[in-house]
Design a protein around this ligand. Structure first.
Ligand SMILES: Cc1cc2nc3c(=O)[nH]c(=O)nc-3n(C[C@H](O)[C@H](O)[C@H](O)COP(=O)(O)OP(=O)(O)OC[C@H]3O[C@@H](n4cnc5c(N)ncnc54)[C@H](O)[C@@H]3O)c2cc1C
Length: 393
């Protein structure tokens, strides 16, 4: 495996420091409150991430980001994944599609988001359209001054705190329905939180259902008028990035799970000896170690190939493979570690218990495991078995 450059080692050390010294110490407070931290603590997390140069890694330096490569983003995401309760999520940032905004949109949305002055959310899923975004019913129709947006969006992560949303709707053009991303300021009249249900994990923000029946200005199309009908294209870029990031965070989760479970099992004694010496205890940990190492290699390989200019369709297929494998492996690993802890594994004060709940969604969001399998299967046929397996391009 290629060695890290001194700059990459430094970047990873900063991420380790942020997670170990800022995020992990806040986990239990976050758990006890159901996810959110008090505003001053959440701000301290965001400020610390900015001080350490960790915010906006996926954006160019010119717009206030860090300009990291895909691999460097993976190095940081892997460390963030060691943290439960998504404390790191408080650091903020901006969705990658914002980089496709017009110069005015970059000034108005992306730059302030990276400075921590604005907060975004991304609203695609609807009650009737999840795995199949082709079923989206939300619409945008031209009015005298701009657009009328009508949509009901489900599971809008951070939709309870965002001050603008990136909303996927179909522009109505005669008989045509053109998937398009809009930037919608939350202070527009006609946006309503319909529901804000509790979820399995304890996360800093909610995932509310939002109803939009609002007017937005003529320049609210993300990327400008020429991007009308090209929402899926932009969306794919987000999916690829986020699927690689999810895989990386799952690797980080497995690293922490294993570190803590091995420490526990080598110290715990029953029947006059260490439970680690019982193969019923150590073998599941060995399986998890193999899962973690394999997921890590695959994820690093996909990110490095993307940086090296691999065919985006091949990267898309292999990012799906990495997300599928790492998320399924991480959940297996959490389940095994809970078992190794015995009754303590069922206590919310044990990281393994929290990971068991939190990692479950990684098999669902940004495309379920079944959808990743569809993408992988399609890749085997279209990109070729050898290329999908080796990543050679
Ligand atoms: C906590 C959380 C946060 C989220 N955040 C966001 C967000 O910020 N923005 C956003 O837009 N969305 C968000 N989502 C939505 C998420 O992306 C969807 O839940 C996910 O894509 C699945 O869609 P669905 O829930 O409608 O399930 P469905 O599409 O109804 O799927 C139900 C089941 O059918 C299976 N299935 C569907 N189609 C196929 C197929 N072709 N082959 C095999 N099996 C299939 C699925 O795998 C699944 O098991 C979030 C979801 C959660 C739980």
């Amino acid at each position: 495996m290629e060695a890290l450059t001194p700059a990459q080692i430094d970047l990873r050390e900063r991420a380790v420091c942020f997670v170990d010294e800022t995020c992990i110490p806040l986990e239990l407070e976050a758990e006890r409150s159901g996810g959110p931290l008090p505003p001053e603590a959440a701000k301290a997390v965001a400020d610390r991430a900015r001080e350490l140069g960790l915010t906006g890694g996926n954006h160019a330096v010119e717009v206030g980001g860090r300009g990291w490569s895909a691999f460097e983003q993976v190095l940081v995401q892997e460390e963030l994944g060691r943290n439960t309760n998504g404390v790191w999520w408080n650091m903020g940032g901006g969705y990658n599609v914002l980089a496709c905004g017009t110069p005015e949109q970059v000034e108005r949305y992306l730059k302030p988001a990276l400075r921590g002055e604005r907060a975004d959310s991304y609203a695609v899923t609807e009650g009737g359209a999840g795995s199949d975004p082709g079923g989206i019913a939300g619409t945008a129709e031209r009015t005298g001054n701009g657009w009328r947006i009508r949509a009901e969006k489900w599971f809008v992560t951070s939709g309870d705190v965002s001050d603008f949303d990136i909303v996927m709707v179909n522009v109505v053009d005669g008989e045509q329905r053109l998937p398009t991303l809009f930037l919608v300021d939350r202070d527009r009249p006609g946006i309503e939180v319909v529901d804000d249900p509790p979820f399995t994990h304890s996360f800093p923000h909610g995932h509310p259902t939002l109803r939009y029946d609002c007017e937005v200005a003529a320049d609210a199309v993300l990327g400008g008028e020429e991007m009308i009908g090209r929402g899926d294209e932009l969306q794919n870029e987000w999916f690829v990035e986020e699927r690689i990031h999810i895989a990386a965070r799952c690797v980080g989760a497995m690293r922490r799970l294993l570190a803590e479970a091995v420490e526990w099992a080598t110290g715990r004694e029953q029947f006059g000896g260490r439970i680690y010496d019982l193969q019923g205890v150590s073998f599941p940990l060995a399986d998890s170690a193999a899962d973690c190492a394999a997921a890590r290699l695959l994820t690093h390989d996909v990110a490095r190939a993307q940086d090296a200019g691999a065919d985006p369709k091949l990267v898309h297929g292999r990012a799906a493979m990495a997300k599928l494998f790492a998320s399924e492996a991480a959940w297996r690993c959490a389940d095994r570690c809970v078992q190794v802890y015995g009754g303590r594994g069922y206590m919310r004060t044990t990281a393994a218990e929290r990971f068991l709940r939190e990692l479950r969604v990684d098999r669902i969001w940004e495309g379920t495991s079944e959808i990743q399998r569809l993408i992988v299967a399609r890749g085997l046929e279209r990109r070729g078995v050898e290329r999908m397996l080796t990543g050679e391009f």
